[in-house]
Design a protein around this ligand. Sequence first.
Ligand SMILES: CC(C)(COP(=O)(O)OP(=O)(O)OC[C@H]1O[C@@H](n2cnc3c(N)ncnc32)[C@H](O)[C@@H]1OP(=O)(O)O)[C@@H](O)C(=O)NCCC(=O)NCCS
Length: 160
Amino acid sequence: MKLEVTLRHLNQGDYEDVRDYVCNPEVAKYLTWQVYTQEKDVRDYFNKSLPKIACPDEVLGIEYQGKMIGTVHLILRQGNFIQMGFGITPHLWGQGIGTKTLVVILSHIQNTEWSKISKEIWADIHQNNIYAAKTLEKGGFILQKPGVELNRNRFTLKIA
Ligand SMILES: CC(C)(COP(=O)(O)OP(=O)(O)OC[C@H]1O[C@@H](n2cnc3c(N)ncnc32)[C@H](O)[C@@H]1OP(=O)(O)O)[C@@H](O)C(=O)NCCC(=O)NCCS
């Protein structure tokens, strides 16, 4: 069993873990999706995530201790910016796993095609999301555009 945080693409066997995560109202209140209450909506999210396996549109599962504990979305935006969003299941919050996950995400970007295409990463988070703001700042992101959208702040990181 892997004790560290790793990223990998999702496969059919991850469905139950991903379901637990995307149906959790604590996660959904900070992300851009509503909490999924219908099985067909979870299946739709999962099926749409499966084929996204490389730049310019990628969804990765976050694996920790043999379980998928969350997902990472990387999207290439106009102007060659990478929009990054990730989350982990709430019962693991506050144990340093988010900080470790961000390090692994940045390393993934640096070591793949993403880094050849883009030199800047964005993360847009809810203004009240202090845990995410703290996690991003610990990873080197800076608050660049407060209020970029209603109730959302944009944090950015330039990569070498
Ligand atoms: C943002 C998120 C990934 C952070 O994950 P996490 O595992 O809790 O993060 P960490 O434990 O590494 O904590 C990072 C910082 O957040 C703060 N924090 C996290 N949980 C906290 C808690 N329960 N109480 C107080 N501060 C807390 C701390 O300041 C911590 O920094 P420190 O270790 O220097 O004190 C997690 O809260 C999450 O999945 N949120 C929902 C999705 C989301 O908001 N995504 C946006 C990211 S783009």
